[in-house]
Write a protein that binds this ligand. Structure first.
Ligand code: UDX
Ligand code: UDX
Length: 466
């Protein structure tokens, strides 16, 4: 292998593209990494002098960007120019669920991926390796290849391409750690040489035995399947939490007992308010669509039930809050602690907090929302009353301080497992809430005794003694 990758271009400076490229730049000082995005504001934030103002919060990310930016890591809007210089182009653009047309509500909208393939076809020079980083439906590589093939035919200058699938398994909040110490790196492709070149990038820091090679379709399907399996575990344990509450069992004890079986394992068994994040729901719906498309309705129904259970579970929690507060929350102040879909991220996509807050607003509650990382403008977008069926009766404000949020509330609802919520002083809370007060812990981060001994009511997910 004489050829070496010297110039990488990544289209899409989002939660996937940004951290992934930062780590590649950090680990491969000889490679120049150009991250491009159509979004001018986003790129401005990536180039912000103050590293606290980057568009994405991930522990460890600012330090890496501080080290590499303007050295071998660059952020810009010059998509065409950077494609032209690149030996390898990563496609990390978003692939949201289609809102209308064929496959609406389930299939992924591939318009951005297609647009990227067309840009690469047009502006690339010589040989280019195109790497699918975005999570895509199986056989998308075929679409990319056929677009690229047309450009080869219609161009006088010699252009050649290889297409690889290299899905990202990073988890938000621990993205940098996941990128530096991955369980595996998956590379799917047809051309061994192209796979070797991408593998040579990762082997700068990933042990060779962790770099898995597959055919391109297995790689695409493995990504969807991994997310579907993880989400399925959460829906499974959340379904059991409801049964625990009904029967007097405790979901934490059940999880510990089943998790000690090596075949099951202890991870991803925390019952919570329902899974969120940009991937789980979208990827399962994608799998559902694919199964239907290939004439496998039983497979489609099986996976769809994972999403349905999650929706039901989120509503279950908001209904429970209403029931415990004597059947009405109208005009009552409720403190919402946590809006991000999990701790250590400012991402709110598909967060359980959105569904639960909307339900409570519909019931007329006055919400005081606290989150250490999510901005008010984001919450405002998330709680916008787009759906006409959702008749918003209540109102919400944002609090910068936990105790301000709690002050005068009838209930405190913990929705994200931020560390600061584990340190709340419940004796202090008991003096500022309106009695009788309820504390709802959907993340099992509070010691029930501390709340109960201060004379407040306590509910936590999957606790049969509630
Ligand atoms: C997204 C998907 O959610 C995930 O499934 C996929 O694996 C990778 O892409 P993420 O990085 O979290 O993940 O998305 P997002 O933060 O929305 O970033 C995508 C970026 O692509 C945006 O900044 C958008 O402006 C940019 N983009 C989109 C382009 O630069 N060009 C386009 O044509 C379309
Ligand atoms: C997920 C996958 O983990 C990752 O491999 C993939 O690349 C992208 O999708 P992410 O969405 O960042 O990552 O978060 P993850 O940690 O998987 O959590 C997803 C949701 O499940 C969160 O809302 C989280 O709170 C919830 N969760 C997770 C639980 O409710 N219980 C658990 O035990 C684990």
């Amino acid at each position: 292998m004489n050829f070496k990758i010297k110039n990488i271009c990544c289209i899409g400076a989002g939660y996937v593209g940004g951290p992934t490229m930062a780590v590649i730049a950090d680990k491969c000082p000889d490679v120049k990494v150009e991250v491009v995005d159509l979004d001018v504001e986003r790129i401005k934030k990536w180039n912000h002098k103050d590293l606290n103002k980057l568009p994405i919060y991930e522990p460890g990310l600012a330090e890496i960007v501080g080290r590499c930016r303007e050295v071998n890591l660059f952020f810009s809007n010059s998509v065409d120019k950077k494609i032209k210089n690149a030996d390898m182009v990563f496609i990390s653009v978003n692939t949201p669920t289609k809102k209308k047309g064929l496959g609406a509500g389930k299939a992924s909208d591939l318009k951005w991926v297609e647009a990227c393939a067309r840009q690469v076809a047009r502006y690339s020079v010589g040989h280019t390796i195109v790497v699918e980083k975005s999570t895509l439906p199986v056989r998308t590589a075929e679409v990319i290849k056929s677009i690229l093939k047309e450009s080869v035919k219609s161009n006088v200058t010699a252009k050649t391409f290889d297409v690889l699938s290299n899905p990202e398994f990073l988890s938000e909040g621990s993205a940098i750690e996941d990128l530096i110490n991955p369980d595996r790196v998956l590379i799917g492709g047809e051309n061994e040489n192209a796979i070797d070149l991408l593998s040579s990038i990762y082997s700068n820091w990933v042990p060779k035995n962790k770099i898995l090679r597959t055919n391109i379709w297995s790689s695409e399907l493995a990504k969807l399947t991994a997310n579907a399996f993880l989400a399925q575990r959460i829906s499974s344990i959340n379904s059991i939490s409801a049964l625990c509450e009904a029967t007097g069992a405790d979901v934490r004890e059940v999880a510990r007992a089943i998790g000690s079986d090596k075949r099951i394992g202890p991870k991803f068994l925390d019952s919570g308010p329902g899974f969120g994040g940009s991937c789980f729901k979208k990827d399962i719906l994608n799998l559902v669509y694919l199964s239907e498309y290939f004439g496998l309705p039983q497979v489609a129904n099986f996976w769809e039930s994972v999403v349905k259970l999650n929706d039901w579970h989120q509503h279950r929690i908001s209904q429970l809050v209403v029931k415990k507060l004597f059947g009405t929350v109208s005009g009552k102040k409720i403190s919402i602690l946590g809006f991000a879909f999990k701790a250590n991220t400012n991402d709110t996509r598909e967060s359980a907090a959105i569904r639960i807050c909307k339900d409570l607003l519909e019931e007329g509650a006055i919400l005081s929302i606290h989150d250490p990382k999510v901005e008010m403008s984001q919450i405002s977008r998330d709680l916008k009353n787009e759906n006409q069926n959702f008749s918003k009766e209540g109102s919400w404000t944002m609090s910068e301080d936990i105790y301000d949020s709690i002050n005068g509330s009838d209930a405190v609802v913990i929705l994200t497992e931020w560390e600061e919520y584990t340190k709340i002083k419940w004796d202090k809370v008991s003096t500022i809430v309106r009695r009788p007060a309820w504390i709802f812990d959907s993340r099992s981060i509070i010691d029930p005794k501390k709340v109960l001994k201060n004379g407040m009511n306590f509910w936590r997910v999957g606790d049969g003694l509630n």
